[in-house]
Design a protein around this ligand. Structure first.
Ligand SMILES: [Zn+2]
Length: 171
């Protein structure tokens, strides 16, 4: 079961009947939208755990986790750094947006495609994109920018008056 290359799309009903549990991966190169949001990939794979199940209400549940490493640019010092993206997800598939409203709110909804399948790779990609920090930053201890610069430096034009100038004016 380890290191199984996952199918991009999967039938959630059949998989849930079999209570399918997968531990596998997607190739990073296939996640173009994610790649567009980061400096570069630090791993060739997205590691994915996915479980298919049926809950007590008879709803299909697609849950699991995904993780990978990417490089982002620190907004404090402008240097690249490695960031781990790690997500947990819990979805229930629906036929259309209208049926999504009837789902319990603890499920995210994913709309089935015309073949009755769920695009698992797209689902995982969406989750990972959301997990990218809005303002990427090093941990403070690892950042090469001075700690105080994150609070903003006073602009040069606001220099304190030179005390000697003040004395001069008094004369
Ligand atoms: Zn930094």
């Amino acid at each position: 079961m380890k290191n199984l290359k996952l199918p991009i799309s999967i039938d959630p009903y059949k998989s849930a009947q079999r209570r399918l549990e997968c531990n596998g991966y997607f190739e990073m190169s296939g996640l173009e939208r994610l790649l567009a949001e980061v400096d570069k990939a630090e791993s060739e794979q997205i590691n994915v755990v996915v479980n298919f199940d049926v809950d007590e209400q008879g709803l299909i549940v697609i849950s699991g986790s995904a993780e990978t490493q990417v490089a982002l640019t620190c907004q404090r010092c402008n240097e690249p750094f490695q960031q781990e993206l790690k997500v947990k997800y819990c979805y229930s598939p629906v036929k259309d947006e209208d049926s999504a409203e009837q789902l319990p709110s603890h499920y995210d909804t994913v709309v089935l495609d015309e073949n009755g399948e769920v695009n698992l790779r797209e689902l995982v990609e969406d989750e990972l994109i959301i997990a990218i920090p809005l303002i990427p930053k090093h941990n403070l201890s690892e950042c090469s920018a001075k700690a105080d610069t994150s609070w903003g430096e006073l602009p040069d034009t606001l220099e304190k008056p030179n005390p000697f100038d003040v004395l001069k004016n008094l004369k």
